[in-house]
Structures are given as structure tokens and as C-alpha cells.
Design a protein. Structure first.
Length: 136
């Protein structure tokens, strides 16, 4: 294991820029940029303060938008529809985790109380009809 190295603000900005402008993972970015510090050191640095974590989160949100753009390209350019579906589904899943307000499936959490009352009323009317027919 390499010794702990200090990571400069310029280096962090380079990492954030790379995240925001590519679809590569943080581990791949670390490897490609050939830093002299290990991945765990970078990971610790990213989690060392709220402001650094917020910058990382913003970069990942930008990456989600890039993944969405890539999905369009894949749907237009990939000749194999099964392969395209897998690529798009993977990117869609990742984008939904990185930027859920924009890319996650929306769940309809609305419920009408009038629908519930109508169902209860209908059930009670049917029960009442059954009770009356049994009494006769």
C-alpha cells in the first residue's frame, strides 16, 4: 500500500471535471489519471468534508445528464437492439441513482379518498343485500 499523500484542490478539481465530463467510474478515472496516491486515499479525501462531498455530488449529477445523452446516441447508433437495451437500461439505472429527481421512475402516491369511500359504500350495500336476502 502506498503512503498517504496529500491531495491538492487542483487535483480534486481535475477529478470532479473528469467525473462531470465522462461516464467512467471514479476508480477508472483514478487509474487513467495515474495519480501517485491510492484509490482509498482519494475516497477518504472525497468524504473528508461536506464541501468536498457536495462538489463530488454535483459532478455525479452532471454525469447523470451525460449518461442520458449517451442513451440517445446508443438508441440511434447501436444496430443490435438487445445490446442497445442492455446498455440503455444500465445507464438509465445509474442515472436514476445519481439524479433521482430527474431520472428515477415516478411513483403515483396520490390516492383519492372518494374512491375509497365509494368502494366501502358498494361493499356495505352488497353486504346489506346479502343480509336482507338471508333474513327472508
Amino acid at each position: 500500500m502506498r503512503p498517504e499523500a496529500e491531495i491538492s484542490e487542483d487535483t480534486l478539481n481535475q477529478v470532479f471535471a473528469e467525473i462531470a465530463t465522462s461516464t467512467k467510474s471514479l476508480k477508472t478515472i483514478h487509474k487513467n489519471l495515474k495519480f501517485k496516491f491510492c484509490f482509498q486515499t482519494l475516497w477518504k479525501k472525497l468524504n473528508s468534508s461536506d464541501s468536498i462531498l457536495a462538489q463530488y455530488a454535483r459532478a455525479k449529477e452532471q454525469q447523470a445528464d451525460l449518461l442520458a445523452e449517451e442513451m440517445l446516441e446508443i438508441s440511434d447508433d447501436e444496430p443490435d437492439s438487445n445490446r442497445a437495451r442492455v446498455k440503455i437500461d444500465t445507464r438509465k439505472w445509474i442515472a436514476s441513482k445519481l439524479k433521482p429527481k430527474r431520472y428515477a421512475d415516478k411513483l403515483d402516491m396520490t390516492h383519492s379518498i372518494s374512491d375509497t369511500i365509494s368502494k366501502i359504500t358498494i361493499e356495505r350495500v352488497k353486504e346489506g343485500e346479502n343480509v336482507q336476502s338471508e333474513q327472508r
